[in-house]
Every structure is written in C-alpha cells, then in structure tokens.
Design a protein around this ligand. Structure first.
Ligand code: COA
Length: 110
C-alpha cells in the first residue's frame, strides 16, 4: 500500500508499506509546477518487485506538475532503465556531480 505524507509546503514523501513496514520511499519537491525527485529508495531485499515503479506511477498520477526533473548517476543503470521506461528523457549532464561520476539530468514533461 502506498501512502503520501506531506513534509512541508513544498516537500512530500510517498511510502510503500507492507503491513506497518516501509519497503521503499519516494521523496519529491514541487515548486511552481516543477517537480523534483529528491530521493527514491527501495530496501535491498525488496528490489526488482516493481515497488519503485509503483511509487513513481502513483506520484505521476496524483501530482499536479508541468514537468518532473531528476539527477541520476550515469553508472546507475537500474535507475536509468526505470526512468527511461517511465518516459523520462536525458536533457543534459553535470560533470563529476557524484565524485568521479557524472550526473545525467532527466526530464518528463506532462
Ligand atoms: C533504483 C531502485 C529505486 C529501483 O527499485 P525497484 O523497486 O527494484 O525497481 P522496480 O522493481 O520497479 O524495477 C524497475 C526497472 O528497473 C530495472 N531493474 C530493477 N532491478 C533490476 C536488477 N536487479 N537488474 C537489472 N534491472 C533491474 C528493470 O528495468 C525494471 O523494470 P522491468 O522489470 O520492467 O524490466 C532501487 O534499485 C534502489 O533503491 N537503488 C538504490 C537507490 C537508487 O539508486 N535510487 C535512485 C537514485 S536516482
């Protein structure tokens, strides 16, 4: 079950529950129609069961945004695959954003 919790005027978190245990979460910030993915995490032993996909889809359905933006490590192939599948497009890159690794900036327009 997914529940949204409001953290502040701009920030919210979607939690994925199994009973009372949180298996994954998606933290977002929404300012002037631009929604930023701040964090997406699924517990290691619960991965590859579509939990991240469900969290993202729930958020996409519920939130009132013009576009969604995110930064992902260029070597995080699993996250890149997930975001590409959800319709995100690479728009630019930030060099050495994660130590030696570059960040890929992705966007999904409504
Ligand atoms: C990235 C992360 C959130 C994905 O969570 P998840 O619940 O396992 O993802 P899903 O089960 O919804 O899988 C989505 C897609 O990712 C890919 N994927 C997931 N696990 C994979 C694995 N072990 N190997 C290869 N591809 C995988 C698949 O393409 C999958 O879609 P498909 O099954 O239809 O092919 C999770 O691995 C995680 O928490 N990683 C550490 C934190 C992180 O990197 N967050 C993203 C920061 S931008």
């Amino acid at each position: 079950m997914i529940e949204k919790e409001r953290l502040s005027e701009t920030d919210s978190i979607y939690n994925y529950y199994d009973g009372d245990k949180i298996l994954g979460y998606l933290e977002i910030r929404l300012v002037d129609g631009v929604l930023d993915i701040m964090n997406l995490f699924v517990n290691e032993d619960s991965r590859n069961k579509k939990i991240a996909t469900s969290l993202m889809n729930e958020m996409i359905e519920k939130e009132d945004y013009n576009k969604i933006m995110l930064e992902v490590n260029e070597n995080n192939s699993i996250a890149l695959k997930l975001y590409t599948k959800l319709g995100f497009k690479e728009i630019s890159m930030r060099d050495r954003y994660y130590g030696d690794d570059n960040a890929i900036i992705m966007e999904k327009v409504k």
